[in-house]
Design a protein around this ligand. Structure first.
Ligand SMILES: [Fe+2]
Ligand SMILES: [Fe+2]
Length: 300
């Protein structure tokens, strides 16, 4: 199945053009005939411009939705270190020098995401969040994946979690009016991460197949990742809500539900699609989203 986002997206990113943060290309882009025309895996460093001024409720001014996204951000650094290791375990068995270059660019991108999310997560301490406790909880959850799962299942789990992040990235670009609700610095930050997730979304999946990962193991790995990560993610999000002394109004709950409905409908369909035997990440043609983002950040 091929989904062309240009047929459903309300338009280019012009309305959501970022106004903060700086992007620095750090290394050569990896290119491949397996990527759509004009798309490469380009590592970029994100430099926050005014992180200290990002408001506490940076997403729509809404505490509920902000805490959920912050919980996701707290899981990202240990999660991405896990992805890098899972892929590196099999790097030597990649089919070609081109595939190896894509794996290196993937690892560089994830390393730079980790660096930026660590910086953002540390900044949450100024809102009274016990960030060290939450980071330790996230690390324990990811350590369990590494300890309990065989290496090929770790790679399969990475392929699935990469689809999960690509799904979030796809919906972010698909609904620019939702992204408009973010503080500009955070919008710029999440769009950068989302774009790079789309660029490298098939790297772990393709490697998993190259090393003999079949459909059954792909499904088992995905279910293992869901079972092992759903609880710690919910616990962190719940604790962030509980630690927040500010009251939650009915209006905030309704707004959070509306944003969730908008983002989750598409994401659930895309996640379910992963369990189709013939699924491949590039069945979703994200090239128009990437082209718009490249144009909106040109010269940044
Ligand atoms: Fe990432
Ligand atoms: Fe990724």
């Amino acid at each position: 199945m091929t989904v062309d986002p240009s047929s459903t997206s309300p338009g280019p990113l012009a309305a959501a053009r970022p106004t903060a943060g700086v992007l620095v290309k750090t290394d050569q882009a990896a290119t491949s005939a397996s990527l759509p025309d004009g798309v490469s895996i380009q590592p970029r460093r994100f430099e926050f411009d005014r992180l200290g001024e990002v408001p506490q409720y940076w997403f729509a001014g809404n505490p509920i939705i902000t805490h959920v996204e912050n919980a996701f951000s707290i899981l990202i650094p240990p999660g991405e270190r896990f992805f890098i290791q899972a892929v590196r375990n099999y790097e030597g068995r990649a089919d070609s020098a081109e595939d190896k270059a894509m794996i290196r660019a993937f690892a560089q991108q994830e390393g730079l995401h980790t660096r930026a999310h660590n910086e953002f997560n540390a900044s949450l301490a100024r809102f009274g969040i016990d960030i060290e406790r939450e980071e330790a909880c996230a690390k324990r959850a990811i350590d369990r994946l590494q300890r309990w799962l065989p290496k090929k299942v770790q790679l399969g789990a990475t392929a699935f979690l990469e689809h999960l992040t690509a799904t979030g990235a796809h919906s972010l670009f698909h609904d620019p009016e939702v992204v408009e609700l973010m503080d500009p610095e955070m919008r710029r930050f999440w769009q950068w991460h989302a774009a790079e997730e789309l660029e490298h979304k098939a790297v772990a999946f393709d490697l998993f197949r190259q090393v003999g990962g079949g459909y059954g193991l792909r499904v088992l790995s995905a279910i293992s990742a869901i079972v092992l990560l759903a609880v710690p993610f919910s616990m962190i999000a719940h604790r962030l809500q509980k630690q927040d002394p500010n009251p939650i109004t009915g209006e905030m709950r309704e707004q959070a539900r509306a944003i969730n409905r908008k983002l989750m409908g598409l994401q659930i369909r895309m996640l379910a699609d992963y369990f189709r035997p013939s699924f491949h990440p590039w069945d979703y043609n994200d090239e128009p989203f990437l082209r718009d983002w490249y144009e909106s950040t040109a010269g940044a």
